[in-house]
Design a protein around this ligand. Sequence first.
Ligand SMILES: *Cc1c(COP(=O)(O)O)cnc(C)c1O
Length: 241
Amino acid sequence: MFDIQRHYTAMGHYSIQQGIESVHREMDLALDAAERPRGSVSLLAVSKTQPPEAIREAVRCGQYDFGENYLQEALHKQESLRDIEALIWHFIGPIQSNKTRQLAERFTWIHGIDRLKIAERLNDQRPPAMGRLNVCIQVNISGEATKSGVKPSAVATLAHQVHRLPHLRLRGLMAIPEVPHGVYEPRTAFRALRQLQEDLLPLALDTLSMGMSNDFESAILEGATIIRIGSRIFGARDRPV
Ligand SMILES: *Cc1c(COP(=O)(O)O)cnc(C)c1O
């Protein structure tokens, strides 16, 4: 049988358990520094490219929220892990409109809404018995041409439109700030995202999905409520994504 622990040890990587524990310790330190209550940020384990065994190991450490970027890969893992009922699946990748039905049927959260058409399709295709689909609007906060996400100036209009869709629950905003070649000041981008969310006060949003392995402490200092962590938990990915 595939031994996930031996696999990672062979790669020279600490265990998944150590990864999760050390991220939790740093989350608590950042929350203390920000004078925010412990537990006010949740950890989304980004399991893209990782085998189902790695997810099982994380579950044994008490981790139930997992983020995936590719639909087919996610569907395979959901299938092989369907004996674990408490898993909460988040889709964090770019969304193609021909994939929305499976996204609406198989996920609890979608982090990357960046146009109304996608939101409307998810709304129409969400099975009512599953309850509302939690969504975040992805914002292109550093203004780079290549990454997906709505322009900051267009967030308010889209947020109000999405908020009206009855089978979706707009929870907040998400961003993947650009990491420049020079000095990286992640707090600037995270602060800008929080400011955009504060401008949407009447929508009562409760989620800021921001911060990855390299910058989650800054994100927590600026108000993140969900951090999305891959390599700090599972080790470096062998294929780039
Ligand atoms: C891959 C990915 C992450 C996690 O990245 P790490 O640097 O491995 O923590 C977080 N969010 C999104 C959208 C991703 O694609």
